[in-house]
Design a protein around this ligand. Structure first.
Ligand code: IPD
Ligand code: CA
Ligand code: CA
Length: 265
């Protein structure tokens, strides 16, 4: 069933407003706080999340919001609608004046992501997807590539802030893909990584340690652009499970093979 068009309209309104706030702060003075040893939160992250929450509350008072920089808002009723928001994905880049960041807004209905919007305000790229309706960039349909050979693929990945026991495995996987692909990039924004897979600029993306707000919108974009999204073992993707492989579909089996071989030792 087609979604109420107001849902996408509000998601786009909130994403464009977020981009406007990001542009106002970007490369200007703003306060920065450390959430962990290397994990940052800036004044801009907080301002953007506040603005998005206010817009959602204004339009849809019964909906809940799960945002990176705030607690989940209390539902006023048992609403099936939950917005999953990353006010700035790529905060480290943002804080260093590097123009690789975006806002990511996903909407879950009855536990399934139904809509996703990612806005990259410096290049003015608005990525939108509705389940079953395809993915778009600035209104034009986008598709993943058809490349099926890993050696001709451009891949992208990222690393979590916490250097856990998994770091050795992450580096082994990274090294294996370096040897088997055209190149591997590390942009510092998982949402942009996914949007760029959807737009046919990367063949594939993998990462461990991500949160639902990093991937909710982007995973839907990849699927709606014709790609495949799964866990590291090929299992069905779940935004609450912190492992993701998102590809054009054609290289998916090969990407899983490489990860599987490292995991099996
Ligand atoms: C981070 C980015 C980065 C990824 C990290 C995320 P943030 O999100 O998506 O690419 O490697 O794991 O936490 O902190 O910039 O919103
Ligand atoms: Ca993030
Ligand atoms: Ca963030």
């Amino acid at each position: 069933m087609a979604l109420d068009p107001q849902l996408l309209a509000v998601a786009i309104e909130a994403a464009l407003a977020a981009g406007q706030i990001q542009r106002q702060y970007f490369r200007h003075e703003f306060s920065i706080r450390k959430k962990g040893t290397i994990d940052l939160v800036t004044e801009a992250d907080l301002a953007v999340e506040r603005d998005i929450r206010e817009r959602i509350a204004w339009h849809f008072p019964s909906h809940t919001v799960l945002g990176e920089e705030g607690a989940q808002s209390a539902p006023t009723s048992a609403s099936p609608f939950r917005w999953i928001v990353d006010p700035i994905d790529g905060t480290t880049n943002f804080a260093h004046g590097l123009a690789l960041f975006c806002v990511s807004i996903g909407l879950e209905i009855d536990g399934r992501v139904a809509l996703g919007v990612i806005y990259e305000p410096i290049g003015n790229e608005l990525f939108t997807a509705e389940r079953g309706e395809g993915a778009r960039l600035n209104g034009t349909r986008i598709h993943v590539t058809q490349e099926s050979s890993l050696i001709d693929s451009l891949l992208v990945t990222g690393f979590p802030y916490t250097a856990s026991d998994a770091r050795r495995e992450q580096l082994d996987i990274f090294e294996a893909f370096l040897a088997r692909s055209r190149a591997v990039r590390r942009l510092g924004s998982a949402a942009l990584d996914l949007a760029n897979v959807a737009a046919g600029r990367f063949e594939g993306f993998w990462e461990q340690g991500l949160h639902p707000w990093d991937v909710a919108a982007g995973a839907l974009l990849v699927e709606e652009a014709g790609g495949t999204v799964s866990g590291f073992g090929g299992e069905a993707f779940d935004v609450f499970v912190p492992e993701i492989v998102a590809t054009n579909g054609a290289v998916h089996p090969r990407v899983l093979e490489v990860i599987g071989a490292i995991r099996r030792g």
